[in-house]
Design a binder for this molecule. Structure first.
Ligand code: HEC
Ligand code: HEC
Length: 352
């Protein structure tokens, strides 16, 4: 039927055409948009997802420990013998291992160690595991190397209370030691060869292949979601600005109480609380300590130089409060400590 007025029919046809074009355009842009959204962006400007960052070890603040280290095995064995030998103490009753037992994470798990005649020390014993990775030794960094560190405990009144002439004398009486040293060191039993053997043994105390290291090496399933969340919080909240590198610490000095007066709140100040100030006399070093490594941390309570934190949860909450000015929720605390537990590694191929 022909319309009396031509215009409405033209408009009607145009409208049909127009809406068809519109429909095609909308559908096309929807399809294009969907593909654009779904296609992974591979160009360099792409922001990596959290998922990818988590196991792209190159970008991580923590490095996995090498799976093998090459050391003179005979020196390691001699060093181990010396480490376990109470003859290094005046009373022949205290060895390095008395305070750094390898079966309890390389520590004695006491607030303050007990030396000869049960004399108590004034600071918590750190672990000897992975200590070779620390840039300096002791909480206040007063020893430059593992070798230099050995002068400390052998002579300390409340540790081994001995002296080098006394130790050299005792070891020289042993045909076994004379033979073992002669085989490895032409110069025989000397202060520096004793130190070299013990330090070589200590360098063998590496704890690779923790679940966290396996995760860093690309095994995403080595960690649970909760543990991965914990690692993310550890990074996002800034724990890793101090606890980082292969030993998850051990390579810088920081004040204990950046965001609050830890010592004022704790009370009963001691000389050990002065930290690196005792070494440098520099006011800026008051209450400054070597950031401890956190590998195997779940095995080495109590925590801090003063041994004041009984559990790992306590230690983490105190860290958040005094180093970062944060109060962690119980869920965050759980996640971070779950992550820290994945840092326990292996020694001689067995879980610590
Ligand atoms: C009586 C207990 C005791 C004995 C024995 C002892 N240590 Fe220690 N060790 C400690 C304490 C406590 C500290 C921390 C002292 C400090 O920082 O001022 C420490 C610190 C260390 C450190 C530094 C670790 C770090 O992260 O800074 C190493 C390494 C170490 N000892 C190795 C040894 C060796 C080797 C022997 C034997 C020659 C030995 N210790 C004997 C208690 C002991
Ligand atoms: C500003 C640097 C800094 C930050 C940030 C920091 N720490 Fe620490 N951490 C230290 C220092 C320094 C110590 C040693 C304190 C002492 O005992 O005197 C320490 C000690 C610890 C200890 C005890 C280890 C031991 O063997 O006694 C744990 C556990 C720990 N930190 C976990 C954390 C966690 C988890 C976070 C984040 C919530 C964190 N830290 C943030 C510097 C820092």
């Amino acid at each position: 039927m022909r319309s009396v007025f031509p215009f409405p029919s033209v408009i009607e046809n145009n409208m049909k055409r127009l809406s068809l074009i519109l429909l095609i355009l909308v559908t096309a842009s929807l399809i294009f948009g969907w593909f654009w959204w779904k296609t992974p962006t591979a160009n360099v400007l792409a922001v990596p997802t959290n998922e990818r960052l988590e196991y792209d070890a190159v970008d991580e603040p923590i490095l996995p420990l090498p799976l093998t280290i090459t050391l003179n095995e005979e020196k390691v064995l001699l060093g181990e013998k010396l480490f376990e030998d109470p003859q290094l103490s005046r009373t022949n009753l205290v060895s390095c291992a008395s305070c750094h037992s390898l079966s309890t994470g390389g520590t004695d798990r006491l607030v303050h160690s007990l030396g000869v005649a049960n004399r108590a020390g004034s600071i918590n014993a750190p672990t000897v595991f992975n200590s070779g990775l620390n840039s300096k030794q002791f909480w206040d960094g007063r020893a430059e190397s593992l070798e230099a560190q050995i002068d400390g405990p052998t002579h300390a009144f409340n540790e081994m209370d001995s002296s080098w002439p006394e130790i050299l004398n005792k070891l020289n009486l042993s045909p076994e030691y004379r033979e073992a040293f002669a085989l490895l060191y032409p110069e025989g039993i000397r202060i520096d060869t004793i130190k070299d053997a013990i330090a070589t043994f200590e360098r063998s105390l590496s704890t690779p292949n923790s679940r966290f290291d396996r995760f860093l090496r690309g095994d995403v399933h080595a960690l649970s979601q909760e543990e991965r969340d914990g690692y993310r919080l550890f990074k996002d909240y800034g724990c890793s600005s101090c606890h980082q590198g292969a030993n998850v610490g051990g390579n810088m000095f920081e004040k204990f109480g950046v965001m609050g007066n830890y010592f004022g709140d704790r009370g009963k100040p001691t000389k050990a609380d002065l930290g690196r100030f005792n070494v440098t006399g520099d006011e800026a070093d008051r209450h400054v300590f070597k950031v401890p490594g956190l590998r195997n941390v779940t095995l080495t309570p109590p925590y801090f130089h003063d041994g004041s934190a009984v559990t790992l949860e306590d230690a983490v909450a105190i860290m958040a409060k005094y180093q970062l000015g944060r109060r962690l929720s119980s869920v965050e605390l759980l996640k971070i400590t779950s992550f820290l537990k994945t840092l326990s590694g292996e020694y001689k191929g067995r879980a610590l």
